[in-house]
Design a protein around this ligand. Structure first.
Ligand SMILES: Nc1nc2c(c(=O)[nH]1)N[C@H]1C(S)=C(S)[C@@H](COP(=O)(O)O)O[C@H]1N2
Ligand SMILES: [Mo]
Length: 336
């Protein structure tokens, strides 16, 4: 067993309760034959929630704000969009639980204001952004992107945000900078998955991700502060998260507090947990299967029940072929 499955904090009485609930749920799901299907975690150490979010509509007590933004033609789309209800109730955000419906339930009290996002490392001008800066310092635009999770489901989401390149340019990178490292907030008091391995799947928190500098500077790479015209719900990574549409969903790190330019390949939470299952690059690629399932097709989540949604072919780079030149010298089977 990987040492990172060990709890990093001492278990409290609350955690024991979590475990009871967790084991009970596992027992039920196991008896129904639902354990181990499509789970991100190796060893089937969590139950993939096949019941989905349709049956229960979570209460959304978190208050979002309307945003002003441009709608560039270039990033419009005729593709059927995933309804807001589903984008905000079928989530992966293990800091708030490993089931798809957990984040919408457990993140409603999440405090996003005040917020501090620091850009530092190999830069001439380190930057600190406040909560207001996130939506006011850069001009916002709407971009309708496909999101393809490594678990072989996908959505089409109208994000609001600004190019990461704008932020990096303001920080004036040193010529030695080759990679960009991202970090999610670490706050076990607010994020129950960070306090308990039974809630958070035993990941090594804080969640971290990374890109090459060239990937980070690519015009498609977005810092998102909203979707469907308003600020993000906590379950989607409020107040600011990364969106890299040609990569698997897990690269799109949520609720970011730090962006650091480095000369070494950054750590990536899922890559460290299971390196043969999740690569650093994580480009969407129908020709490289996950060791436990095929990546050739995906379940596109639109309107209607989760089990009735249609399967479509997965496209190389999730259809964003303009990024191919970033990888012309890379063997995508080896660097998956
Ligand atoms: N901090 C953090 N970021 C995260 C995750 C997570 O568990 N923690 N899950 C990732 C995964 S696996 C996916 S598919 C996307 C899902 O984003 P969405 O819930 O907004 O659709 O968030 C990614 N970002
Ligand atoms: Mo994912």
């Amino acid at each position: 067993m990987n040492k990172r499955y060990q709890p990093s904090v001492k278990l409290t009485e609350n955690d024991v309760t979590d475990e009871d609930v967790y084991l009970q749920r596992r027992k039920v799901l196991k008896s129904l034959g639902f354990i181990g299907l499509g789970s991100l975690l190796p060893n089937s150490s969590q139950a993939f929630n096949l019941f989905g979010s349709k049956e229960e509509t979570p209460t959304r007590t978190f208050v979002t704000q309307p945003l002003s933004f441009a709608k560039p033609e270039k990033y419009a789309s005729q593709e059927t969009q995933t309804p807001y209800e589903k984008v905000t109730s079928y989530n992966n955000f293990y800091e708030f639980g490993t089931s798809k419906e957990d984040p919408a339930k457990l993140a409603q009290e999440f405090k996003v204001e005040p917020w501090t996002l620091t850009i530092d490392g190999l830069v001439n001008k380190p930057i600190t952004l406040s909560y207001d800066d996130l939506t006011q310092r850069f001009s916002l635009e709407e971009r309708i992107y496909r999101l393809r999770c490594v678990e072989a489901w996908s959505m089409v989401i109208p994000w609001i945000g600004f190019p990461l390149s704008e932020l990096i340019k303001q920080a004036a990178p040193l010529s030695s900078a080759k990679y960009v490292a991202f970090e999610t907030l670490f706050d076990p008091k607010q994020m129950p998955g960070q306090a308990s391995r039974f809630v958070g799947g035993g990941l090594d928190y804080p969640y971290v991700e990374g890109l090459t500098l060239a990937e980070a500077m690519h015009p498609l790479t977005l810092m998102s502060v909203g979707l469907y015209g308003k600020t993000l719900m906590p379950q989607n990574g409020a107040p600011i998260r990364l969106v890299v549409p040609w990569k698997y969903g897990f690269k799109n790190i949520k609720s970011i507090v730090r962006i650091r330019l480095t000369d070494k390949q950054p750590r990536s939470t899922w890559n460290e947990l299971a390196p043969h299952e999740y690569g650093f690059y994580a480009n969407v690629n129908p020709n490289v299967d996950h060791p436990r399932w095929s990546q050739k097709t995906e379940r596109r989540i639109t309107a209607g029940g989760l089990l009735s949604t249609k399967r479509i072919d997965t496209q190389l780079f999730n259809g964003y072929s303009e990024v191919a030149s970033l990888y012309s010298n890379l063997d995508l089977r080896k660097f998956y």
